[in-house]
Design a protein around this ligand. Structure first.
Ligand code: SAM
Length: 273
């Protein structure tokens, strides 16, 4: 039910999202105002690899991986609208990539042992059954294959709103298993669409990967760039920015992300047998 609601909401949001966010076509992003793959080097060399991206949205990351020499790139997303943008982008950027509409909890359209790398950035907090995504990822990966998954950091979920509003009553319960329902607001602060997310705890992510045969190889909690660092390199050099980056609200967000991480990146590899 919740996946269907998120599908409809991403369909409703997609045009606004693609218009108001600038996502790099030259780097893989791991969230707003923070270092991307070129700086962090988590995915590494993708030349010659068959890559699958889960929750590929408008296809920006898939396009970058194709430009970096992946042998094949497949993106999957639950939103038909987002998938439409992804096909257009790949064509416009003249890269080979294919995009499938679907829920990433079910990768049955893809063969066992058919990928070397599965990646995902800021999509897996939307799914209802993370263990199923991990099991499916393990199934489609070849022995020795790797995954790099970037989540919303649970610390940001617990403290972010409270710090933004300077209101301790907004601190969230880390241990709550509840799905969190929230509205995406437009420039006039009018709700555009309602989403459901789970802020997976660290133990759910790490133990979930281990349970299906992954070995954790790296965990990153990138510190966001300070405003001074961003101004020095220029907003346009960042892998992911929001259109309202000059607003007071964005500056408050940027400051908070220098104190608590917004993203949690976990890399893992399948044990070879
Ligand atoms: C914040 S966007 C991120 C998109 C892309 N990874 C990026 O970084 O630009 C989240 C994406 O996850 C997709 N999504 C949400 N739930 C999904 C699910 N169960 N299966 C596949 N995609 C899903 C949404 O449609 C949306 O495109």
């Amino acid at each position: 039910m919740s996946n269907e609601r998120n599908r409809q909401s991403w369909n409703a949001l997609s045009a606004f999202y693609q218009r108001t966010h600038r996502i790099s076509l030259d780097d893989v992003h791991y969230g707003p105002y923070s270092p991307g793959e070129k700086e962090l080097q988590i995915i590494g060399d993708v030349k010659g690899l068959d890559v699958l991206e889960l929750g590929c949205g408008g296809g920006q990351i898939a396009v970058v991986l194709a430009k970096w020499g992946a042998k094949s790139v497949t993106g999957m997303d639950i939103s038909d609208e987002q998938i439409g943008y992804a096909w257009e982008l790949a064509q416009e950027q003249e890269v080979e990539a294919r995009f499938l509409q679907g829920n990433v909890e079910d990768l049955s359209a893809l063969d066992d042992d058919s990928f070397d790398l599965v990646v995902s950035s800021h999509a897996l907090n939307y799914v209802e059954n993370l263990s199923q995504v991990f099991a499916e990822s393990a199934r489609v990966l070849r022995p020795g294959g790797c995954c790099v998954f970037c989540f919303g950091h649970p610390l940001y979920y617990v403290l972010g709103d409270a710090l933004e509003a300077q209101d301790l009553s907004l601190v969230e319960d880390y241990f709550s298993e509840n799905r969190h329902t929230w509205d995406w607001l437009d420039d006039q602060r009018t709700p555009i669409a309602t989403f459901e997310q789970t802020y997976w705890r660290l133990d759910q992510i790490l133990n979930g990967l281990i349970a299906v045969g992954f070995r954790i190889t790296r965990v990153e909690e990138p510190k966001g760039y300070s405003l001074a660092q961003i101004e020095e390199q220029g907003f346009d050099a960042l892998p992911y920015i929001d259109e309202d980056f000059a607003s007071e609200e964005a500056h408050r967000f940027i400051e908070i992300c220098t104190k608590i991480p917004f993203s949690l990146i976990v890399a893992a590899s399948l044990t070879q047998e």
